[in-house]
Design a protein around this ligand. Sequence first.
Ligand code: NDP
Length: 330
Amino acid sequence: MSHIPSHDRYANPDLYRRCGRSGLKLPLLSLGLWHNFGGVDSMQNSRELVLRSFDQGITHFDLANNYGPPPGSAETTFSFIVREDLASHRDELIISTKAGYDMWEGPYGNFGSRKYLLASLDQSLLRMGLEYVDIFYSHRPDPETPIEETMGALDHAVRSGKALYAGISNYNATQTAKAAQVLRDLGTPCLIHQPKYNMFERAPEAGLLDILVREGIGGIAFTPLAQGMLTGRYLNGIPADSRAGHDPRFLKPDAITADKLERIRKLDALAKDRGQTLAQMALAWVLRQPGITSALIGASKVSQIDDNLGALKNLKFGSDELAAIDAILA
Ligand code: NDP
C-alpha cells in the first residue's frame, strides 16, 4: 500500500535554511543515497529510510549517477519509492543527482565534458522516472576540460528544464570562485557546493567556506559523520552490520586507528556533557558554519535518522566547547 505521509512533517519551521542567496530552502539535514540504496541492498529498508526522513520534514534527497552498487541502482531504487509512495508529493521534494566519476566505458563516461554531463543527466532522469531533477551537479572538477565547457553544460541542463539549479562538488576554493564567475556570466547562478566536511576533514575552512559566503552559494557538507566514525558505532569494536564491517569499499577497518578512537572517545564524552550523542554534536558542529546550509547524512537504520534529527535541539556551541573540540582534533 502507498505510504501516507505524516501530517505534521512541516511542524518545525526551524528545520529549513536558505541555500546561499537563492530562493530555495533546504532542510538542515538531507539524506544521501550513496550507501544502503543499491541493487544489493534491502528495498524495504531503503524505502523505510526515505519515508521516515520525509515524514520528519527532510525534503532533500541526494543521489549521483554512480551510486549503487551496481552504479545507477540507487537511482532505480529511488524511482521505485517515489513512484509507489511519493508520486503526488514531487513538488515537495528536492532531488539532486551528479555526474563526474566513472559511469560507463570509453572516453565519454567520466569527468566534465558537455558530452558526458548531458548524456548522464538524460540517463539519470530515465532511471529515476523524472522529468527533471532539482539540482544537477558537476561531481568533481576536470583538470582537462575547460571550466567554461563544464559550467556551460550545467547552464544548458537548467535552460532545457532538465534541472532547476546547478551545483558543484569537490571543487577547491580557487576552482569554486572560477566556476561561480562563469555560471554567473551565463545567467545560471551556482546554487550550491557539496564539499567533504566533518571534524576529521576540515579543508573547507581554509578558504572555501568564505568563498561560499561571499558568493552567496549554499554549502551542503557530505560525510558529516565521517562515514560513521563520528558516532558511537565503533566505540566497542567493528560491528558486523556497520559500513567498515560489511562494506569496506570506502571505509576500511584500518582507518579506525587507535589514535582516532581515542579522539572519538574524548569527543563522545564532550557530547555527553552537552546532553547530545556524538552524532548529534558532530552534525551541530558542521552546521555552526555560516557557509553550511545542510548536513548531508547517510543512514543504514531508521533509528539513526531519528538520532541525527535530535541534533537540531542544540546547535549552539560556547567558545570553550569549540576550543575543547579543536584541542581534541589537533
Ligand atoms: P555520514 O558521514 O553521515 O555517514 C553515514 C553512516 O554513518 C551511516 O550509513 C551509518 O553507518 C552511520 N550513522 C549515521 N547516523 C548514525 C547514528 N546516529 N549513529 C550511529 N551510526 C550512524 O555520510 P555518508 O558517508 O553516508 O555520506 C552521506 C552522503 O553524502 C552520501 O549518501 C552522498 O549523498 C554524499 N556524498 C557525496 C560525495 C561527493 O563526492 N559529492 C562523496 C560521498 C558522499 P552504518 O552503515 O555503519 O550504520
